[in-house]
Design a protein around this ligand. Structure first.
Ligand code: GDP
Length: 139
């Protein structure tokens, strides 16, 4: 079993799509290990997306990710990282395959509904960002 980290982004929350997206993920076989609603501060959003700090869209991305609460979730499934990326679809919803979460709920390359870790290494780092070890221990 592998773990990954997802964020239901502010556009999805504002549009009332969080429940549908979580249901979609459960339908795809992901188990929700931990779940947290959080309104990111500017410092938290800057830190989470630090890897993008030289990109021209960094300030816009931080503003977007702090405009409303998000839901972060630690997910488990076989091949979780790659499967979540498939289920999410391409970064730009216009290029995302039909039926993917970004095709269904994203509205622009920025406001694309959902985040998913891009590697097992980043999944571990990003899960640590939102959750403590105690949150992830088996019940
Ligand atoms: P992801 O792994 O598919 O989420 O894509 P990236 O890691 O490349 O980008 C992180 C996030 O930054 C994306 O999910 C978008 O919300 C945003 N983003 C990516 N590319 C662009 C862009 O060209 N313009 C803007 N405004 N936002 C972008």
């Amino acid at each position: 079993m592998e773990q990954t980290l997802t964020i239901i982004k502010p556009d999805s929350m504002a549009a009332g799509n969080a429940g549908k997206i979580l249901a979609h993920l459960e339908q795809e076989g992901f188990q929700i290990l931990a779940l947290r609603r959080i309104h990111l501060s500017e410092a938290q959003a800057r830190s989470f997306y630090e890897v993008h700090k030289e990109r021209p869209f960094y300030d816009d991305l931080v503003a977007y990710m702090t405009e409303a609460p998000v839901i972060a979730a630690a997910l488990e499934r076989e091949d979780a990282v790659a499967h979540l990326r498939r289920v999410m679809g391409a970064t730009n919803p216009e290029e995302a395959a039909a039926g993917t979460i970004r095709a269904l709920y994203g509205t622009s390359i920025e406001r694309n509904a959902i985040h998913g870790s891009d590697s097992p290494e980043n999944a571990a780092i990003e899960t640590d960002f939102f959750f403590s070890r105690a949150d992830l221990l088996p019940s």
